[in-house]
Design a protein around this ligand. Structure first.
Ligand SMILES: Cc1ncc(C[n+]2csc(CCOP(=O)(O)OP(=O)(O)O)c2C)c(N)n1
Length: 692
């Protein structure tokens, strides 16, 4: 195939691709030994491994040429970037093209395996409806493969994470290794070491190879093999895999291989390789041929096989060239899978229920979910039994549900976020936390690169069903690293849903909706609203909604509604989170509640544009209130959109108020107050817009 691609370079190089040429022996040795219950994360150089899983050259060529019927992504992503959910083959969740980033999702799968083994079989749980049951995390995952019996018999599932030697130096790979040894996870890291990054070689980019590096991770047993020797590879892999199936612990295989083709079709070996002659002397193909001849095949038979394969490959290529391209309309499918929660249901304010603070609304929601669904688990920093979260947002959960279902993680935001890809792929529903929005950054890479794109790039096969809880916002001198707002960064990531509730009842209803949503959801929880301690935020406390209360995403709340008026100036305030309280207080203090309509967005994506536009067309003026610095923000973009759609109805430009445009929220209380909006500042802005 590599030769055919080279011979047809003009046609195939429209889309970038890399082949495994030189790496085939170890890839095939591994691929032949995986079972349908195993999970694999092949690297972008692993086309030989994919063939050994049972994919055909035609299957792979459909992706090479980005055709509609590419079985992995429908023409959306590069060659040998698989994602597959076939019953008879190892399962392949989506992984990005960012090197090394697959280590965390893959390790997340292994952590999910361990969860199944510790927590026991997950049967169908009582759910709200059949539709939900179908869409819930646990639909088609058979947790019985994790029985003790399967471990004894040696067919318990394992995870394989394939890595290039250069990617092993990346920081996130260390997070994955750390968790694999800490939790003794059933995962095999296969490192194919060809001594090259792209043009940088081993001497420039690493102080030790992967085999030596593994020694720093206590409990990561490593073996080093000649990955260009098929029999040696097969036997080593066989031994390692059987040990993992039975003993449930991590391994690393360091396989030395020669890279015999270009780095990729776009980066050609003749430009910089100074070792080609030596590399060719280690070609695995003559070694395999010799091994076959020594084991009962004859020369003629091998020639016949080669000739036959050549014809098949050639025909596959011709056929793939004729295959249909995607249509423009195919751009718009599978960004999300449908959620069953589309209507508000249950009792928002049950009679006799207690009034509770916002943080408890979230806690009770999670507790109800965990009681009902064994596949629901919670992890993050300090959420375990000892503390129950720095905001006590998970207090008592570990005591009630045990340390397997509620546990502390190391300070590894990338792992916390990215491992949900793997957890979700084995039918679990992880609720995870980063401690403060200010610390989402190390996790943002996984959120963007892996979590948000998995559904779209796997053409709907692997939606990531997870909830990421993020305490956010400024109050009481939290200072520059415990106060920041980050929603504009998040709303720029397509493929995730984002809630930003302003009160406890909404938080509980949205948390439930997020749970039953098979897509990734981020919930931004303003820590100034958690206990309604900030003056003017009593409105964040609520009567606790009933257990079956759900609030769909994408439905804003007009919490202060006004009539259309001809003889006075009226205004719509569009806001969310803390802004809702500033707006409500400001309109009350100004004594003009009958002239100001206030819309609480509740979710920033999906966004209820219909409610916004309808209101602005009625009132003729609009102010968007945000806690973020206003320049280049979500709020500013929304203001632009409103302006565009409501222009003919407007009596003033759509205005925005937010924090000052400074790099951080300073610690000193005077500086903090100067930086962020307040009821007083919103009042002045309202007057300005009304008088415009
Ligand atoms: C995070 C990230 N940075 C940079 C790149 C660009 N890139 C693609 S392949 C590659 C080299 C990877 O080398 P290695 O992991 O050893 O695999 P090999 O190509 O040698 O098989 C680089 C730097 C990338 N894909 N992802």
């Amino acid at each position: 195939m590599a030769e055919l691609y080279e011979a047809n370079f003009k046609q195939v190089s429209k889309y970038v691709h890399a082949t495994s040429r030189g790496h085939e022996a170890v890839q095939i040795a591994l691929g032949m030994q995986l079972l349908p219950q195993d999970y694999a994360f092949p690297y972008y150089r692993d086309d030989a491994m994919l063939l050994s899983f049972g994919l055909t050259p035609y299957d792979l060529m459909l992706q090479l040429l980005a055709k509609k019927d590419d079985p992995f992504s429908g023409g959306r992503t590069y060659y040998a970037h698989p994602s597959l959910r076939d019953a008879d083959k190892p399962k392949i969740p989506h992984q990005s093209s960012a090197t090394g980033m697959q280590a965390i999702p893959a390790t997340g799968v292994a952590m999910g395996f361990k969860y199944h083994e510790n927590v026991g079989p997950i049967e169908d749980t009582a759910t709200l409806s059949d539709t939900i049951k179908k869409l819930e995390g646990n639909f088609d995952y058979d947790s019985s493969v994790h029985s003790e019996d399967s471990r004894i018999r040696g067919n318990a599932p394992i995870v394989v994470c394939s890595l290039g030697d250069a990617s092993v130096t990346e920081g996130e790979v260390a997070e994955a290794f750390q968790m694999a040894v800490l939790k003794r996870l059933p995962i095999l890291y296969l490192v194919q070491d060809n001594d090259w990054d792209i043009s940088a070689n081993a001497a420039e980019i690493r102080a030790q190879n992967a085999f030596e590096y593994a020694k720093g991770f206590k409990g990561l047993e490593a073996v080093s093999i000649d990955g260009a020797n098929f029999i040696e590879s097969y036997e080593a892999v066989e031994k390692v895999i059987m040990t993992i199936r039975k003993e449930r612990r991590p391994f690393l295989i360091h396989a030395k291989v020669p890279l015999l083709n270009h780095h990729t079709s776009g980066v050609r070996m003749e430009w910089y390789r100074d070792d080609l002659e030596e590399a060719r002397s280690r070609d695995p193909y003559p070694v395999l041929k010799k091994q076959l001849l020594e084991n009962g095949f004859d020369e003629k038979e091998l020639l016949e096989i080669e000739a036959q394969i050549e014809i098949e490959v050639e025909q596959s290529f011709r056929k793939a060239q004729q295959a249909e391209d995607p249509k423009p309309a195919d751009l718009f499918t599978n960004d999300f899978v449908p959620t069953p929660i589309t209507e508000e249901k249950g009792e928002r304010s049950p009679e006799g229920a207690e009034k509770v603070v916002m943080v408890d609304c979230a806690l009770f929601a999670v507790e109800e979910l965990m009681r009902k669904h064994k596949e629901c688990l919670l992890y993050g920093q300090d959420v375990g039994a000892r503390l129950g979260g720095v905001f006590r947002e998970a207090a008592t959960l570990a005591q009630k549900f045990g340390d397997d279902r509620v546990f502390n993680t190391p300070i590894q935001e990338a792992f916390i976020v990215g491992s949900t890809v793997g957890m979700s792929a084995v039918g679990l529903k992880p609720i995870v936390e980063v401690q403060f929005a200010d610390y989402i950054w190390p996790g943002l890479n996984q959120l963007f690169t892996e979590v948000s794109r998995s559904c779209y790039l796997s053409d709907g096969k692997w939606p990531v069903s997870m909830i990421l809880r993020v305490p956010i916002g400024a109050y009481g001198s939290g200072g520059p690293y415990h106060s920041s707002s980050v929603e504009s960064i998040l709303t720029n990531i397509r493929g995730i849903k984002i809630a930003y509730p302003s009160n406890g009842a909404d938080l509980k209803g949205l948390m439930k909706a997020a749970y039953y949503d098979p897509n990734p959801v981020v919930i931004l929880e303003h820590k100034g609203l958690y206990w309604s301690k900030v003056p003017g935020t009593k409105g964040a406390t609520s009567v606790e909604p009933s257990e079956d209360y759900v609030l769909p995403f994408g439905k804003a709340w007009v919490l202060q509604e006004i009539w259309k008026q001809e003889n006075v100036e009226t205004l719509t305030i569009v806001t969310y989170g803390m802004g809702v309280h500033w707006a409500m207080n400001a309109s009350e203090e100004l004594g003009i509640k009958d002239r100001i309509e206030i819309i609480d967005l509740r979710t920033l994506f999906p966004l209820d544009e219909e409610t916004i536009m309808k209101s602005v067309k009625k009132t003729g003026k609009c102010l968007v209130v945000t806690e973020e610095p206003s320049d280049n923000s979500f709020a500013r973009a929304l203001a632009g959109k409103i302006q565009e759609e409501c222009f003919k109805f407007l009596d003033a430009p759509v205005m925005t108020i937010g924090s000052e445009n400074m790099p951080a929220i300073p610690l000193n209380s005077i500086l903090e107050e100067t930086m962020i909006p307040s009821t007083e500042k919103v009042k002045q802005k309202i007057i300005q817009v009304l008088n415009y």
